[in-house]
Design a protein around this ligand. Structure first.
Ligand code: SF4
Ligand code: SF4
Length: 344
């Protein structure tokens, strides 16, 4: 079966589970280890930074998992799809923190950072920063020392290189108000991948429900049935924990799209909607209880945190007790999160 058709079937069945390594996470060894562990755990998608070296690292992790799986008694099924993330200026996923001269050296941001990107000298290590904003949240208002810079990438040059390196899809994070600029960038994404699935990631920070649906309609006019939609409840909201409240907005956004668009307009009936932004083990269950169908779940913070403690000890390609333990935990998490989707 063709790769595209395999992907469509996963989405139609609500069984697509994507681990978000982080659009700004460019530490290749970490991405390779994450891909190794989660491929063995049954994950069928990875979302990585739009950098060819990172795409290749993800591919190495997937390939190593495929090679050791038989020895672990695992049947991996569909080989995971690699998506690269790019974003509009202002979108959280493609920004990097900078500590300004207003810093009063209180050190509160150091332990708050989930990726250990802030050194004891109060410098942000760029490749580690995922733009989550937790440093800004704890920075004393009197200092307000965190600034942001857009991690600008020239899409027309970087995206073909990422596809060449093994990426199969592109996701545009477009949680910004500027409609024309967003559509122009969306056109570039579509030009770069005219015959594959392309994903638009939106949230409702700037967009009303009406604006959200209008943006989806316009984007769909460009991509047609190659389009996927990522409903980003609370961008990078996975840090909020495992409760239903953390995942509520992703489900609510998917509900709006289902009721106001998919159920009313046949052109959108098969639009795959992937839940993200605050997703956790309860996401599938909450969606099922609310009667909200979904094509898949993308998980960042919660998925990374689950394996974080043991990840540095993992040697890609080696099978030992440590990897078995991590794979078992990750596999259980994926099944818990997705299994309930079958009820929708
Ligand atoms: S807390 Fe988040 S935004 Fe701040 S430096 Fe760490 S990763 Fe970057
Ligand atoms: S929290 Fe703000 S003021 Fe405190 S060390 Fe970090 S950047 Fe500086």
């Amino acid at each position: 079966m063709e790769r595209l058709e395999e992907w469509r079937q996963l989405l139609a069945a609500g069984k697509y589970f994507k681990v978000v390594c982080g659009a700004g996470h460019e530490v290749e060894a970490d991405v390779e280890r994450l891909a190794y562990v989660y491929t063995l755990a049954g994950c069928n998608g990875f979302d990585v930074s739009a950098k060819p070296e990172v795409v290749e690292a993800c591919g190495r992790g997937i390939q190593a998992a495929a090679e050791v799986a038989p020895a672990m008694g695992l049947n991996l099924g569909v080989r995971p799809f690699i998506t690269v993330s790019v974003g509009m200026p202002g979108d959280h996923h493609v920004r990097k923190a900078v500590i300004s001269s207003d810093c009063v050296a209180c050190d509160l941001c150091i332990p708050a950072c989930p990726t250990a990107a802030i050194t004891v000298d109060l410098v942000v290590v760029d490749p580690l920063c995922i733009g989550c904003g937790r440093c800004e949240a704890v920075c004393p208002p009197a200092a307000a020392a965190i600034r942001w810079r857009h991690d600008a990438k020239s899409l027309r040059s970087i995206l073909p290189a990422c596809l060449q390196a093994g990426a199969e899809s592109i996701e545009l994070h477009a949680a910004v108000a500027d409609e024309q600029a967003t559509l122009a960038e969306w056109q570039v994404v579509n030009d770069c991948l005219p015959d594959g699935l392309v994903s638009l990631c939106l949230d409702r920070h700037y967009l009303s429900n009406h604006d959200l649906l209008e943006r989806i309609r316009r984007a769909h006019a460009v991509a047609g049935n190659r389009m996927m939609l990522q409903a980003d409840g609370v961008p990078m909201g996975g840090v909020a924990g495992s409760g239903w409240k953390a995942t509520l907005q992703a489900v609510a956004m998917a509900d709006v799209i289902e009721r106001e668009l998919k159920a009313r307009d046949p052109r959108f009936r098969h639009l795959p909607v992937v839940l993200s932004g605050g997703t956790n083990r309860g996401t599938g269950q909450l969606a099922a209880r609310c009667g909200v169908p979904f094509a898949g779940i993308a998980m960042g913070s919660q998925a990374r945190r689950l394996v974080q403690g043991g990840l540095q000890d993992i040697k890609v390609g080696r099978v030992d007790t440590a990897i078995k333990k991590l794979v078992a935990e990750a596999s259980d998490m994926i099944k818990t999160t997705l299994a309930i989707s079958e009820l929708c």
